[in-house]
Design a protein around this ligand. Structure first.
Ligand code: NAD
Ligand code: MG
Length: 395
């Protein structure tokens, strides 16, 4: 392995962020090598990626599919180690096969591997926002203990990272007045509650500007995604909830802004393509080509900004409420939301029911102090159980 070559573990390689990451890696074989690839259950897609990228290790989360993965890789003439199960992903992250980890598993399932990357001092490219929403303080502790660095991949946080001096400084000492997260508003921007009563998963997943996995697409439609991002910004940048604002910006060209006390507002702009944030995070502090078309501002429609409608999109208000409540409230919010989104995608919950279910679970489980990962996982389990029970009783 040549010196200076980053060895990258791509967790969630078969997903939307995973695919964009591998696209950037493929453009720079002199700088990056995908040494570990993981997926949940799409064994065909994982085998294909292994054929193309020739990692040292492929991990499939579902143990029942390990033999099938081995069969496919043998048939394709790919020689790499194969492992399966949740813990195998965490072990792969902790070992010597990678110095960089792209955390792009969706949901709380990514928590253990995100924490392992932080604990072992790897460069952590964080896309899996649910893990920081669940366990923000624990993740920051693990990062400090491991001595590695976290570069945000979520486009808003990557934008803020780029607009702050030195990445993650003390905000007050740096003259920062506010962080402003932009939101596209999702596919239902401008709709009323009455309009939203009967919307379908297909409508909710049709994002106007970004192509993403189904869970984050629904989160974007409810604005829970922005709520999770407010919590993420709080932890990543040490910003109090009152210092974080959300502005709806339908074009998704301004990815977020930082306002300073002298009146300056710095923004990061670019076409809505996650490869920009991923390339920035992979190469930081240098810059590399991401394969993204240059932004032609003159050709763009006028840029618009407006306040979010918190009465219609209640999930954003609930996320602020959970953040202010403190303790493990944001983990409860996240768990309830994951169950609600699954139920909506399966046709078992109306769109507006997502916020109702999250609110009911938050009411049923008042916040407790975060002690350690074990208790947090137990609270996550309790919140999922409460959400499933409320769903069953509603039927
Ligand atoms: P996706 O659904 O397209 O992909 C998810 C990946 O995670 C897949 O590779 C899947 O195999 C894997 N996975 C799912 N469940 C798993 C489990 N239990 N164990 C192990 N692996 C599992 O999702 P995505 O859109 O790529 O999003 C991934 C993460 O990045 C999410 O947390 C999302 O919020 C965040 N994110 C995505 C975007 C985007 O543009 N897609 C932007 C910002 C942040
Ligand atoms: Mg985002």
């Amino acid at each position: 392995m040549s010196p200076g070559l980053r060895q990258v573990a791509v967790l969630g390689a078969t997903g939307s962020i995973g695919g964009s990451t591998l696209d950037v890696i493929a453009r720079h074989p002199d700088r990056f090598r995908a040494t570990v690839l993981t997926a949940h259950s799409n064994v065909a897609a994982l085998a294909e990626l292994c054929t193309r990228f020739r990692p040292e290790l492929a991990v499939i989360a579902d143990p029942a599919l390990e033999a099938e993965l081995a069969r496919r890789l043998a048939a394709a003439g790919v020689r790499c180690d194969i492992a399966s199960g949740h813990d195998a992903i965490t072990q792969a992250v902790s070992g010597t096969l990678c110095d960089t980890v792209v955390a792009a598993i969706v949901g709380a399932a990514g928590l253990d591997s995100t924490l392992a990357a932080a604990r072992t001092g790897k460069r952590l490219l964080l896309a899996n926002k649910e893990s920081i929403v669940m366990a923000g303080a624990l993740l920051l502790e693990a990062l400090a203990a491991g001595g590695g660095e976290l570069i945000p991949v979520d486009s808003e946080h990557n934008a803020i990272f780029q607009c702050l001096p030195g990445g993650r400084p003390n905000l007050a000492a740096s003259g920062v007045r506010r962080l402003i997260l932009t939101a596209s508003g999702g596919p239902f921007r401008g709709r009323t509650r009455a309009d939203l009563a009967g919307v379908t998963p297909e409508q909710a997943c049709k994002h106007p500007n970004w192509v993403m996995g189904r869970k984050i697409s629904v989160d974007s439609a409810t604005l829970m995604n922005k709520g999770l991002e407010v919590i993420e910004a709080h932890h990543l940048f040490g910003a109090a909830p009152d210092l974080i604002d959300v502005l709806v910006h339908p074009q998704s060209l301004v990815h977020s802004l930082v306002e300073y006390v002298d009146g300056s507002v710095l923004a990061q702009l670019g076409n809505p393509d996650m490869r920009t944030a991923i390339a920035h995070a992979l190469a930081w502090p240098t810059r590399i080509d991401a394969g993204v078309a240059p932004l032609d501002l003159a050709a763009c429609a006028p840029l618009a900004f407006q306040q979010p409608d918190l009465d219609t999109f209640r999930c954003l208000a609930l996320a602020f409420q959970a953040l202010r409540a403190g303790g493990d409230a944001t983990a409860i919010l996240n768990a309830a939301n994951e169950i609600a989104v699954d139920a909506f995608l399966a046709g078992g919950l109306p769109f507006l029911g997502i916020a109702d279910l999250v609110e009911s679970v938050l009411t049923e489980l008042p916040p407790q102090a975060v002690v350690d990962v074990q208790t947090l996982n137990e609270r996550d389990r309790m919140a999922r159980e409460a959400a499933r029970r409320i769903l069953r009783n509603a039927c």
